[in-house]
Design a protein around this ligand. Sequence first.
Ligand SMILES: Cc1cc2nc3c(=O)[nH]c(=O)nc-3n(C[C@H](O)[C@H](O)[C@H](O)COP(=O)(O)OP(=O)(O)OC[C@H]3O[C@@H](n4cnc5c(N)ncnc54)[C@H](O)[C@@H]3O)c2cc1C
Ligand code: SF4
Length: 507
Amino acid sequence: MKRLILILGDQLSPDIAALKSAEPGDIIVMAEVADEASYVPHHPKKIAFIFAAMRKFAAHLQDAGWQVAYTRLDDPDNSGSIPGELLRRADQFGTDQVIATEPGEWRLIQALNDVPLKLTLLPDDRFLASHHDFEIWAEGRKQLRMEYFYRDMRRKTGLLMEGDKPAGGQWNFDHDNRKPAPKDIIGSGPMQFAPDDTVQEVLALVGARFGDNFGDLHPFWFATDTTEARRALTHFIQTALPRFGDYQDAMLAENRFLYHAVISMYLNAGLLHWREICDAAETAWRDGHAPLNAVEGFIRQIIGWREYMRGIYFLEGPEYTTRNVLNHTRTLPALFWGGETRMRCLSKAVEQTRTEAYAHHIQRLMVTGNFALLAGVDPHEVHEWYLAVYADAYEWVEAPNVIGMSQFADGGIVGSKPYVSSGNYIDRMSDYCKGCAYDVKAKTGEKACPFNLLYWDFLIRHRERFVGIPRMAQMYRTWDRMDETRCDTVLQDAAGFLIRLDAGQVV
Ligand SMILES: Cc1cc2nc3c(=O)[nH]c(=O)nc-3n(C[C@H](O)[C@H](O)[C@H](O)COP(=O)(O)OP(=O)(O)OC[C@H]3O[C@@H](n4cnc5c(N)ncnc54)[C@H](O)[C@@H]3O)c2cc1C
Ligand code: SF4
């Protein structure tokens, strides 16, 4: 009996498990559905990227001889959901057998399991660590530190290994990284692609249906197939990787990409595989093209952080996105959706998010994430914002980064302490503060940088929880040594700021 082979929008890999198990006569099912495109208000560039890449992948499968039942968003028969499309295709082709690869979101896994058809759900083996591997690694550990997981992944892959020792004698070269941005940024940024006919058609559709969502659809320059994504990868390795390590934490208002790869959307959708990316980076080091600190740092993000985040998401279960151990309840301020703000760092990070559907790690963590955490925003709202606005956002990777790493809402599973900072960190790592309406050096008063005020407000609000963490104790000692009147003024100014924020005033 023929079977339906389901391929989702982030499963665009020729070796995806469901496709590997397909046989001649099976029907490949792919569908652009309203449910997936609108369960959060996705950035129009993200929707266009996924639909365009899906259409090209489907064409590629058809050229290879597969029968593809492809539903376009505007097809009159489109049922609007993945389960609905499976039922419709099952009826059309007279089968009740479905083979799918496990989706990267609990919501969709549940939805597939609920479809009244005979479903075989295969593990997504495009990752280095299976759920079982991660469970075994996590078992019995008091703390799930990424660094130890990463070392296991280095051993497992042999990447940057010399025998059983790490290349260069160290596992991690981060102390060589984290330099502030230099004035002379060289490099042309990520490779950009002119929209072809398929992309143009999708852009028209997305513009008409999702044009009111937060985010600019044009100019659209993403790669939308594997050939293009590989060219973008090669371009990164040749032009940016050598300086990736040094400047990975730096931020510049007028240089959005610095030396970052800008490949996460391609990797997460299946256009690239982690192995080819890491092999290309390692080769660049072995050929003397890129230094070890850059290549180690880059490979760590992929076989370390990325795999670790996925492991946490599936280990912690469907309730993870509702965690809120700090009991933060503030509504996400309008400035996250482009509302006016005098804070230049936030204004620039949000503006870049609006135009590119991209911000690099430190902008996400130490500008938007830091502000949301310090201001006590409801982490679920923060999670939904990140899920909506970035082209690379899928819940398995976004949620642990937001709920865990950025908002500390999981109580310290991902991070041993919250990622919070005053304005000083942003000033050191960026050029945002020059030209800001606030004064990063001012600790109180009208011109005081809001990060300075909220930083103390946050630490004092959560003193009981954090004072015992060794790496935070120093901050509490500093506070306790401060003049009492000054402490009162800081907290009063912070409270005043939050009142203005809640009242919708421009802050
Ligand atoms: C609050 C917050 C939300 C995030 N949401 C997402 C998300 O939805 N999707 C996503 O892919 N990444 C997310 N990240 C991780 C990271 O910011 C992005 O992967 C990175 O910015 C993508 O840009 P790049 O390709 O230029 O990455 P580079 O800086 O060049 O890094 C190379 C690659 O490493 C991987 N990587 C790096 N850091 C991480 C990480 N912390 N977790 C997982 N993979 C990582 C990515 O695949 C990335 O392409 C988030 C980080 C934070 C702090
Ligand atoms: S002064 Fe404060 S608000 Fe302004 S850019 Fe610097 S860190 Fe951001």
